[in-house]
Design a protein around this ligand. Sequence first.
Ligand code: SF4
Length: 459
Amino acid sequence: MEKLLSNIDINIECTYMTKGAQMPFCKGCGHSHILRKLDEALLKLKLNPEDICLVTDIGCIGLADYLFDKVHTVHTTHGRSTAFATGIALADKVLASKKLKTIVLIGDGGAMIGLLHIVNAALLNTDVTVIVADNFLFGMTGGQQSAFSPIDFITQTSPLGNIIPPLDLCKVAVSSKAQYVARKISTDKDLVDTLAEAISYNGFSLVEVLELCTEYAVEKNKLKGTDLIKIAENHEHQLGVIENKKERKEFSVSYIEKFFKSESDFNLFTNFISPDQNTIDFNSKFGVDQIGIIISGSAGEKVQSSAAMLCQAAAQSGLFTTQKNDNPVTQGSGFSLSEVILSPDEIYYTGVDSPFAIIVVSIDGLKELKSQNIFEKVNDGTIIIYDESLDLPVQTKKMYKLPLRKICGPDRAALGGIDVLLNLIEPFPLKNFHSLIEKRFGDYQKIYKGDLIGMLRSN
Ligand code: SF4
């Protein structure tokens, strides 16, 4: 790093970068060209700096984020920048301005580590532009061979020359249904136009830019910049704009159609109240600022999907909620357990250390609670709702023994237990939970074989 910072070869002023930013790269490194041209492409597009998010990760090119101080920048873990960018782009399109242009700057080392993230972003067609600064090796970590190293390429880890054919990332992108794919040379005069075209596309685009690492590649391989075309041609790696279809819907468009506008039971946002509008004061109602609920039963008896309905109803009521599931590797046998947290504020830890309520509906569920020592964490005030067939090893002041399995059936025992709990504490309007039940199972009055809530009241 010290070496990088002391070898400064370009001093430029521009709109999106820090005024007077000095490139920190080794003398002659292609990264300087790429960043200058990216800056020019942004200028050409006249994008508002607030509408640009640059996502980088480990590698010399990852130093770009501190140079672009006018735009949003996110520095991530090695190879994962495309995954972060996919989430950022989707969040903006669905929940925020819908204007953000999310640009990943990644080296070939990072692209190799995060290849599946690139494939996934391309398949989704999220509005992300991935610019791969491909100098055929890992520069920052000492010049090791990458999946992009050409045949016979000499690196620190292939001192006699690479014998593995290099990956054709552009072909991978095209076969992953990417709609805009280009491979350029960092000194190409029209690289600015290509980058601008890629960024302006509302969907996934990839531009691989071939360049040289002057520190680790040039001397060892006796290379000049003009050799880059030959390297591409020798491996039949097409240069120029390879794909430019722009026919697919951007992912958030399909996502919004499916999950916001559809009338299906799985529309998470039906009647959704923003947390800003939530008026529930947990502290005055429960004496705590969030409540944790453990629901435990048998695999295959819809414990986790019932817990998900609880979370959905809570979210629709303007609460924050999390669900942490646990079950054996074999999904259809043994226990099934969900830890649910409800809170009027954001939740930063998803485990339930001290349960406000426990619902246990089968012997498998009870065994698991015992094996996790959950009953050691209860106090006198913990609400425990349990099936009449079970013998519990604890006693609190709020025990509710009910024929959950008999009245609700094994598949709806957890749902019935949750319904009982909500009737007891009403952390949000009950109708929000009941309307979800009706959507899924039909008339609420007919979903249990008896009057469960009446039994609760006479308990
Ligand atoms: S990629 Fe190579 S030339 Fe460029 S900054 Fe890193 S080590 Fe130096």
